[in-house]
Design a protein. Structure first.
Length: 293
């Protein structure tokens, strides 16, 4: 009996240690930007008409209505959060439409070839806009999926997904357009670039490639949030496009992240294109001071 008791004295701490580590949650291999828990979103599944949802935007940051596009049909959709029923305004025929921005009482839509379409925001309640304007040859030939319009500066940012200028460089080039509201015109102003070697400096396991699929600006921190659907990455850069953070996205949550936006309360939204097995969706991440890096 004494021998059994002695053995138990040795075994019990070991059992307790095993139980402790068995109950302890595994450390996540996915990181978060400050304020957002990228692993626990609120999910809003899209109707069939938005299976291939791409860009998303808000009017003046108001979260009551989400405006979106899908990459095959020339329509801008609008709906309330959690309400699948949507209404849409037609602006063009079928095409590869990638991103949307709303500012200065205008809706801007980016086509993959770099063309921009614009029409008055007031026309979003119609079945078809009667005041469409197409802005051509503002950026060089290439493939584009990322658009952001800054209401504070009247600047429009277009970011390359795949452009000849970046073929032999480890960079992603972007273009800044100045919006002249009185003339309702976009004027090329300047260029910028993201050094992709900075990705590897932050995470040596990553390739120095990006292929951006969406772009938004965190107006609280002035940081750029850049989505890369193919690589399942969220890249955060400072005001001058220096990469500060790289966050890998969980493929079980992010099927094909194609759109990104913030509302006025700094909540973050990411849209995912669906497929044969998965609905298109929009994920909402409420901003909170409790989430650290």
């Amino acid at each position: 009996m004494k021998r059994i008791y002695t053995k138990l004295l040795y075994i019990m701490p070991l059992v307790a240690l095993i139980a402790f580590y068995a109950c302890k949650p595994a450390a996540s291999k996915f990181s978060n930007p400050v304020g957002y828990d990228l692993e626990h979103p609120e999910k809003f599944n899209m109707p069939e008409s938005l299976l291939e949802i791409s860009g998303i935007a808000f009017y003046k940051g108001l979260p009551d209505t989400i405006y979106s596009i899908q990459d095959e049909e020339g329509s801008v959709f609008r709906q309330k959060w959690g309400v699948k029923q949507q209404k849409n305004v037609g602006f063009a025929g079928k095409g590869d439409y990638e991103d949307i921005a709303i500012f200065s009482e205008k809706v801007f839509v980016l086509k993959s070839n770099g063309q921009l379409y614009s029409f008055p925001f007031s026309e979003t309640v119609k079945e078809k806009t009667e005041q469409l304007k197409i802005h051509k040859k503002l950026v060089p030939k290439g493939e584009y999926e990322s658009l952001y319009a800054d209401p504070e500066t009247n600047k429009v940012y277009v970011l390359c997904k795949s452009c000849p200028v970046d073929k032999k460089k480890k960079t992603v080039t972007g273009y800044v357009l100045n919006y002249e509201s009185k003339l309702d015109s976009l004027i090329p102003e300047s260029t910028f670039s993201i050094d992709l070697e900075q990705l590897k400096a932050l995470n040596p396991k990553l390739k120095a490639s990006l292929s951006p699929s969406a772009l938004a600006k965190n107006t609280k921190t002035k940081e750029w949030y850049i989505l890369a659907s193919a690589n399942k990455l969220l890249v955060i850069a400072d005001e001058n496009w220096k990469v500060k953070e790289v966050h890998r996205l969980n493929s079980s949550i992010y099927n094909q992240p194609e759109g990104i936006a913030f509302d006025k309360d700094m909540n973050l939204y990411i849209s995912n294109e669906g497929d044969e097995l998965t609905n298109g969706n929009i994920l909402r991440f409420k901003y909170t001071t409790s989430v650290k890096k």
